[in-house]
Design a protein around this ligand. Structure first.
Ligand code: FAD
Length: 386
């Protein structure tokens, strides 16, 4: 007997909550076990791509969230020389994706605004906080998870959405190939509206000089300026006032005295689970893949894992063969290996000067292909049962 629960989800991050809601909407009984005492408030993902907006709409949580975020219709690439915006320039209008998605734009909103909306849409009591999974056992009929609060839970299937340092992957005996990128990232926040500083900037811009780049992201309350820093530089030196100002001056000399309202440094990792499945245990989100943050893809990919897995579990719990779960697992692993990791790698390798020239040279068809790939429209539904 399974009690009332058909699927156990470990982790109440954006992926675990999206999965739980997608399963619930399809009529399955779900329990989420979360290690923390509440939702994480860390500032992490900011970029939501069109197919993820389609998914959030399908889950019924998007409409109240949408007005509080930033809609980005156009991406700018601009060569900078000696602080002046000269040389090659390129722009892509995401409206070219109209007809392929209900939301042909990028949307910027903090991940910690998304998770409470997903939680609120779940039936009361779906998430048990303070219940990090510490042990797992599976047999032919189901999976049993033990949590740190002493509780035990059993269901037909369990899904590890417990992030990069979660327990489920290891407990299920699934390996991972992991490597860190050499660089780290300096993130500065400013309330200054950078559209007044950079002509043609909408909500996302990449400025390049001979040595590097500066990404500009408009958020609801501020702008983020993102710089790559050398592996030998300490976090403290990277965040020091003089270094931060010098970085800004290289790309935005007329605004080098801007107010800096926040700053941090984070590392970027690269990882891929060796499989998305071990018997009745499945993985989704950061538990299965990590990428660098350029292009803002990893949470989006995790939510695509969740949507495709919910549809597959629905069929299997309805009596279709378990083989469908392996088909799903193979398909999503191929997405990570063949598209997500190479795509995000390519955005941090190569010469910045070449990137702006390459974007400027794209034909209208080339722009459409680029926009589809950058928006993950070609990846989101891979693994969806037909
Ligand atoms: C600075 C930064 C910027 C980013 N920007 C973007 C972006 O713009 N777009 C994008 O798509 N991605 C972005 N990402 C990546 C994104 O934040 C992650 O991919 C996303 O958080 C993954 O969600 P998740 O639910 O899989 O994992 P997590 O968010 O890590 O959630 C996992 C949950 O599991 C819980 N947990 C851990 N262990 C256990 C256990 N044993 N039992 C139960 N629960 C457990 C944790 O407490 C946590 O609540 C960014 C990341 C960073 C660091």
């Amino acid at each position: 007997m399974y009690g009332e629960t058909e699927v156990l989800v470990a982790g109440a991050g954006p992926v675990g909550l999206a999965l739980a809601l997608a399963l619930t909407r399809r009529g399955m009984a779900v329990r989420v076990l979360e290690k923390r005492e509440g939702l994480s408030a860390a500032s992490r993902a900011s970029t939501v791509h069109p197919p993820t907006l389609d998914a959030l709409e399908e889950l019924g949580v998007l409409a109240p969230l949408l007005p509080g975020g930033v809609r980005v219709d156009r991406i700018l690439w601009q060569q900078v020389e000696a602080g002046a915006r000269v040389g090659a320039k390129a722009g892509i209008d995401l409206g070219i994706l109209g007809g392929e998605t209900g939301f042909p734009f990028r949307w910027h909103r903090e991940q910690q605004d998304l998770t409470p909306a997903l939680l609120a849409a779940l039936p009361t009591g779906s998430v048990r906080f303070g219940a990090g999974v510490t042990a797992l056992a599976q047999d032919d009929a189901g999976v049993t998870l033990r949590a740190a609060d002493g509780s035990t839970h059993r269901a037909r299937y369990a899904v590890g959405c417990d992030g990069a340092s979660g327990a489920i992957r290891g407990l299920a005996g699934i390996g991972a190939e992991t490597s860190d990128y050499a660089h780290r990232v300096l993130r500065l926040l400013t309330p200054l509206d950078l559209r007044d500083v950079v002509p043609g900037l909408d909500g996302l811009g990449y400025l390049f000089d001979g040595d590097g780049s500066c990404s500009l992201l408009r958020m609801p309350e501020n702008w983020r300026l993102i710089f790559r820093i050398h592996p030998d530089m300490s976090d403290a030196d990277a965040m020091a006032e003089a270094h931060a100002r010098a970085r800004i001056a290289r790309f935005l000399p007329s605004a080098q005295d801007m107010e800096i309202s926040g700053r941090d440094v984070y590392g970027v990792s690269r990882a891929m689970a060796t499989s998305y499945r071990a018997g009745r245990v499945l993985l989704a989100g950061d538990a299965a893949h990590l990428t660098n943050t350029r292009g803002g893809m990893n949470m989006n990919a995790g939510i695509h894992d969740a949507m495709t897995l919910a549809a597959t579990l629905d069929l299997v719990l309805g009596g279709e063969p378990e083989r469908l779960l392996q088909d799903w697992a193979d398909a999503r692993l191929a997405v990570v290996r063949d598209a997500l990791l190479p795509r995000t790698d390519s955005r941090v390798s190569g010469s910045p000067a070449e990137e702006v020239a390459r974007m400027a040279a794209l034909s209208p068809d080339g722009q459409r292909i680029w926009a589809r790939q950058a928006s993950m429209l070609d990846l989101a539904r891979i693994g969806m049962p037909t």
